[in-house]
Design a protein around this ligand. Sequence first.
Ligand code: SAM
Ligand code: SF4
Length: 362
Amino acid sequence: MGAISTILEQSSFSHSDLEQLLMCEGNEMRLLFSKGSTVKEKFVGNKVYFRGLVEFSNVCDKDCYYCGIRRSNLSVRRYNLTDSEILDAALFADENRFGSVVLQAGENSSPAFADRITNLITRIKQLSDGRLGITLSVGEQSDMVYRQWFEAGAHRYLLRIETTNQSLYRKLHPDDQLHDFNRRMDCLHSLRAIGYQTGTGVMIGLPFQTNGDLVNDLLFFQEFGIDMVGMGPYIEHSETPLHKFRHELLPIQERFDLSLKMIAVLRILMNDINIAAATALQAIDPLGREKGIKVGANIIMPNITPGFYRNDYSLYENKPCVDEEPAQCKGCLDARIALADGEIGYGEWGDSIHFINNKRKG
Ligand code: SAM
Ligand code: SF4
C-alpha cells in the first residue's frame, strides 16, 4: 500500500502520480477518499451550498452523441417552462433559503433567447431583493451575450469541456462548426475574462476514454485556474448514437468509483475551488451525491424544476427524483447532508474561495 500513501503526502504531483491515484482500489482508495475529505475540511470547511437547479427547457439546437435530449432524438416530448414557472421555482429557492439558482437548458443562440434570459435574471434579482445568486448553464454563446447576462446579474457560468482529449471530443460530437472543441474552449476564456466565476467539467467513464485522459482533464482544470468543477459519470441513453459503444464501457460501479476518485484527487490538487456532486452520481447510487460530498465536493444542485417536466429532461437513463416535487426533494436532502457530516449553508451564496482569492490578488 506504500505507493499511494507516499503520493498522498506530496505537495505536487506528476502525471503518473495522478494516474496511480485514479487506479487505486480497496484500502488505498479509502485512504485517497479520507485525504480528499481532510483537505476539503481544511480549505473550504464542511459547509455544503445549495444551487436550486431549474432545467427550464429541453429544446436544444445541438446533437451531442451522448445526450438524451439531443436535437435528433424525436421521441423526446419538448418543453419550455413559462417565465412565471421559472420565477415560481426561483421564489421557492429563495423562500427555502437555497442561496442560489442555476438556470440550465438545451442550447439556443437566438437573440430572443438571449433577451429572455436577461429579463429572467433581472426579475429573479428583483423577486429575491438581490438575495439569490444566479448561475447559468446554457451552453456556447457570443461574448456579447455572456456580457449582457453578466451585467444583468448572473455571476457564475457552467460550461463543461466534456473531455480535453480533442480526438475523443470529435468522437462524441458531430464534425461541424456547432460542435467545435476550440469554440468551447474560447467560450470558457471569454466567460473568465468577463468576470464570471467560471465552471467546467467532464464526463467520466466515456467510451474510449483512458485514465491518462482524465489526468489531462484534471491538469487542464489546474492550468486554467478554474473556479468550479461539476463532473460525473457518463451514463448511457438508449436513444443516442453513443449507446452502440455500451459494451466498451466500464461496469457502472467502476464508473461510480472512478468519479469519486476524480473528485477526491481534484480536491487534493485544487484545494479551494467549488466542486459539485453531480446528479449523475445519484443515478447510480441513491446516496451517490452524499458520497461525493464525503470525499471532497461541497456543492449540491437540488432539482427544483416543477415535477411535471422532470421526466422530459432525460439526459441519461435512471435520472433520479424525476417524480418528486421540489418540496419533497428538499426534505430528503436535509437528512442526507447530515448523514454525510455536512452542514448546509442556508441562505449563503457559497462563492468559490479560489475565485475570491484570485480577485484579491488581481
Ligand atoms: N446544453 C448545455 C450544455 O451542454 O452545456 C447545458 C445542459 S447539458 C444537458 C449539461 C451537461 O449534461 C453536459 O455538459 C453533459 O456533460 C451532461 N450530460 C449530457 N448527457 C449525459 C450523459 N449521457 N451522461 C452524463 N452526463 C451527461
Ligand atoms: Fe444539447 Fe447540452 Fe445535450 Fe449537447 S449536452 S445535446 S448541448 S443539452
